[in-house]
Design a protein around this ligand. Structure first.
Ligand SMILES: [Zn+2]
Length: 239
């Protein structure tokens, strides 16, 4: 059976596998982080995967975005990624949105998700996603990579979000430098967090940022606090 090695895990078992089959996970961005996140969620048997990306494949994507091949250059990432996942696992449903996520379409795309995994490299989109997930009380897995470095953090109404930490005020270099393998590390960690949330585990990265320093081969766990003045958190209470 496809999922024998997971069902063997006491943390998953048959019940956990059913939870994965019933889950709806939306992955925003099908690039360097999205490639491992989508691959492992599809292989784990997450029943419904929505993927969102408005870009087309370019040559400069191919150092890290392993869902694509040279012959895919010029084609839409969302359509290619969806086709790849369907061929990986015919037992799951894959819904593709070949557009960028905006304030206007966030509701249509994200509504009904059990977990959202943020794999974009735009701070503006991260803020839209963060605010929507807080407003709708959807569990959000954040992750980012830059060069040899990256972080992963889970976000809920009760714990710090990126705006609590002032990330919305920062600027990321465009294009973001990234080693493919480092993006792979962060994306794999995001997939693990999504699976744990679906299983109902409590050992999550809520209020904790897991930072990765690939150059020195180190992980650090940083406790992060909710900002009582955070606009993103306050806006979801005003409704
Ligand atoms: Zn906040």
């Amino acid at each position: 059976m496809r999922y024998d090695r997971q069902i063997l895990m006491p943390e998953i078992g048959i019940e956990g596998q059913k939870k994965l089959e019933r889950a709806v996970v939306t992955v925003i961005g099908c690039g360097g982080l999205g490639s491992p996140v989508l691959t492992y969620l599809a292989q784990a048997g997450v029943g419904t995967i929505r993927l969102v990306d408005g870009d087309i494949v370019s040559d400069t994507n191919l150092n890290r975005q392993f869902l694509y091949r040279e012959e895919d250059i010029g084609k839409k990432k969302a359509d290619l990624a969806a086709e790849k996942l369907r061929r990986m696992n015919r037992g799951i449903r894959v819904e593709a949105f070949a557009c960028s996520l905006t304030g206007e379409n966030a509701g249509q795309i994200l509504k009904g998700s059990d977990v959202v995994v943020d794999c974009v490299d735009s701070l503006a989109v991260r803020c839209i996603v963060g605010r929507y997930c807080l407003a709708e009380d959807i569990f959000l897995v954040e992750g980012a990579v830059q060069g040899f470095y990256g972080y992963v953090m889970d976000i809920s109404r009760e714990t710090a979000c990126l705006e609590c930490l002032g990330y919305h005020l920062g600027k990321s270099p465009v294009p973001v430098p990234a080693l493919g393998a480092a993006a792979g590390v962060i994306g794999c960690l995001q997939a693990v967090e999504a699976v744990k949330k679906i299983l109902g585990r409590k050992e999550l990265l809520l209020g904790t940022m897991l930072q990765y320093d690939g150059l020195n081969g180190e992980f650090d766990k940083i406790e992060v606090e909710k900002d009582p003045e955070c606009r993103a958190h306050l806006s979801c209470l005003e409704e």
